[in-house]
Write a protein that binds this ligand. Structure first.
Ligand SMILES: O=P(O)(O)OC[C@H]1O[C@](O)(CO)[C@@H](O)[C@@H]1O
Length: 239
């Protein structure tokens, strides 16, 4: 985390291959090292922590060392976010701090599948209704931060039930279709996002949104930001 976080650091939550086995391309694979590290609910000061708690938002950092598991790039487990009281899935926003990330987004039935390739400074939006997996396809540790609502618990079951996302990214970059999704859409490639009116851009670190209520309101109230989501994903947001 050197250089990316200068506040208090809690103990990392660690994912091992045993947490991940059901979502791997090769579920017989073994590895005896941690796969990735999650530092959750970070705040640089008591005032920031109070503000984040009032807004019901968490700032987290995740570090994913490079590597492959039986030919598949190391990735996060994958999960969906449930709907908010207005009936829209909670969104999320990521920033790459170091390395390269491939963000593989999909609707629940994989009727839409999106790949966003991001490097340091880039922001990636997980729109309402999309589950997400982050892949480290590079040779460096991928370090990324996120802002997300604390009002829900992630749902891993859709990914566990179907052995991961609709596609596996293999060493060299090939996207191999997961046979558990025979009707998955082809992968669409979209760029990282910028939403200038919310100060979401390459030059503004995600942590700088702490204290800007308008910039983070979409995380709990996506229904107030529908035009932004539709424009960014070029697809009607699933209800
Ligand atoms: O929960 P998973 O699928 O292991 O993915 C971990 C990522 O998701 C988050 O929990 C946020 O959605 C981050 O802390 C972390 O980057």
């Amino acid at each position: 985390m050197n250089g990316y976080w200068d506040g208090p650091l809690p103990e990392a939550q660690v994912r091992t291959i045993d947490d991940m086995r059901q979502v791997l391309a090769d579920r017989t694979c073994t590895a005896n090292h941690p796969l990735y590290y999650m530092y959750r609910h970070l705040a640089k000061s008591d005032d920031d922590r109070r503000w984040l708690e009032e807004q019901r938002i968490s700032y987290d950092i995740t570090a994913i060392p490079p590597g492959t598991l039986c030919g598949e790039y190391v990735k996060t487990k994958g999960h969906l976010h449930p709907d908010n009281p207005a009936g829209l899935g909670y969104p999320e926003i990521y920033e790459v701090l170091q390395g390269r990330g491939h963000y593989l987004l999909q609707t629940r039935d994989a009727g839409d599948v999106i790949m966003i390739e991001a490097s340091a400074g880039d922001k990636v939006l997980i729109p309402p209704g999309y589950g997400h997996v982050t892949i480290n396809p590079g040779s460096k540790v991928l370090v990324m931060s996120n802002l997300v609502s604390t009002a829900f618990a992630s749902d891993y079951q859709p990914y566990v039930d179907r052995n991961g996302a609709a596609y596996y990214e293999m060493e060299g970059g090939a996207l191999v279709k997961n046979p558990k999704y025979p009707h998955a859409a082809p992968v669409r490639h979209l760029p990282p996002i910028e939403v200038r009116e919310l100060s979401i851009d390459r030059t503004t670190p995600l942590y700088d949104l702490v204290g800007r209520a308008r910039s983070v309101a979409f995380l709990n109230h996506p229904e107030q930001f529908m035009e932004i989501f539709a424009e960014l994903t070029n697809y009607p947001v699933p209800r």
